[in-house]
Design a protein around this ligand. Structure first.
Ligand code: MG
Length: 367
């Protein structure tokens, strides 16, 4: 089987809540997503998606994804999309770094491999464990009362895990965590994600003030060293996200005892192939995971569901269903949240059928 054509589409994904806010005053109101379509000489077509969380979250941005895809696509024509490791080595040889650029291309090839094998991607990633998995809801940064009200609202929709966007003024963040904890009940999970927003002294003040609350702390500071120093003073379970951008940092963090949970984002790592590699290492090392992406619509959500559902249940800390945050559906067949939980599709590949009328005309077409 050979790749004959690669197209990419730009699609705007507005948010049901209007906007999404996190540390440092950063926000997004309309997500700029890129869908990749890979056609083959066997008549099998696969799709992938990449959607950065704006230009200032990770070293990635939407136009950069498309520029990188345009750069790489000609090098992939004629390659076998089913040979995922070989394909990734080829992408890495042709374009150094830029993992997010490769993510949608890799994802589309997994979709092709699954369709060619007649199996869901979940099966190819190791096989599903259980019926479904728990999701978390991200609570956009806002006044403490507003965030607590949103926790209560999403709790009523079935979510039991909540990731609070903190990383702002420490006193306000303490109030945010306290107000949201009051709306939780036994069995709920609360995560305070500072998204690198605190300096170590600020993080220590917040941690001390919420010491008696049942809350996880995620990525308090910008650098790994700052996070490690905070971790060494911390009673709460600890999640690293932005600092863990590949195997080297995962192994270093594990050796240092720097975290209890790792956030695996598909595009941060370069696609499903590399995300699976880190996922399997985490399982071997006893680290639970949040499995997700920077953002996305139906196709990213489907890929998350396949990776999450094929992760052994004790290691599935949480995941998220981005397609329920956005008001535009780009594909049929994507997983839909049910009572705060999500399952991977049983259909071959990713199990999605893009709505071409929503995607419109391609912005990149290489054959
Ligand atoms: Mg995070």
């Amino acid at each position: 089987m050979k790749i004959t054509r690669i197209s990419a589409y730009q699609v705007d994904l507005p948010l049901h809540e209007g906007s999404y806010h996190w540390s440092g005053g950063k926000s997004v109101s309309v997500f700029d997503s890129t869908v990749v379509r890979i056609e083959t000489d066997a008549g099998v077509t696969g799709h992938g998606e990449v959607c950065p969380l704006g230009p200032s979250y990770l070293p990635s941005y939407a136009a950069g994804a498309r520029a990188g895809i345009a750069e790489l696509a000609p090098a992939l024509i004629g390659r076998d999309p089913r040979e995922l490791d070989a394909l990734n080595r080829h992408m890495d040889a042709r374009l150094k770094g830029h993992p997010y650029v490769k993510s949608a291309l890799d994802m589309a090839c997994w979709d092709i491999l699954g369709q060619a094998a007649g199996l869901p991607v979940c099966t190819l990633l190791g096989g599903r464990d259980g019926e479904d998995g728990m999701l978390y809801r991200a609570i956009s940064q806002d006044a403490p009362d507003a965030m607590a009200a949103r926790v209560a609202g999403y709790r009523a929709e079935g979510y039991r895990r909540f990731q609070l966007k903190v990383g702002g003024d420490p006193d306000t963040d303490i109030a945010r965590i306290q107000a949201c904890a009051e709306r939780c009940e036994a069995g709920d999970v609360l995560i305070a994600d500072a998204n690198t927003g605190w300096l170590p002294h600020q993080a220590l003040r917040v941690l001390r003030a919420v010491r008696d609350l049942d809350v996880y702390i995620e990525q308090p500071c910008l650098s790994y060293e700052e996070c490690l120093s905070v971790r060494r003073h911390c009673d709460q379970p600890f999640v690293l996200d932005e600092s863990v951008d590949g195997i080297e940092m995962l192994l270093r963090g594990h050796a240092d005892g720097a975290m209890d949970v790792v956030n695996i984002k598909i595009s941060k790592l370069g696609g499903l192939t590399k995300a699976r590699r880190l996922r399997d290492l985490c399982v071997a090392m006893g680290l639970a995971m949040t499995i997700e992406d920077s953002w996305g619509g139906d196709i990213v959500t489907a890929a998350i569901a396949h990776l999450y559902h094929s992760t052994p249940e004790p290691f599935r800390f949480t995941a998220t269903d981005f397609n329920s945050y956005v008001s535009v559906s780009i594909a049929e067949g994507a997983p839909q949240r049910l009572a705060g939980r999500m399952a991977a599709s049983d259909a071959p590949g990713l199990g999605v059928r893009p709505r071409m009328e929503v995607l419109g005309e391609p912005v990149i077409a290489v054959s």
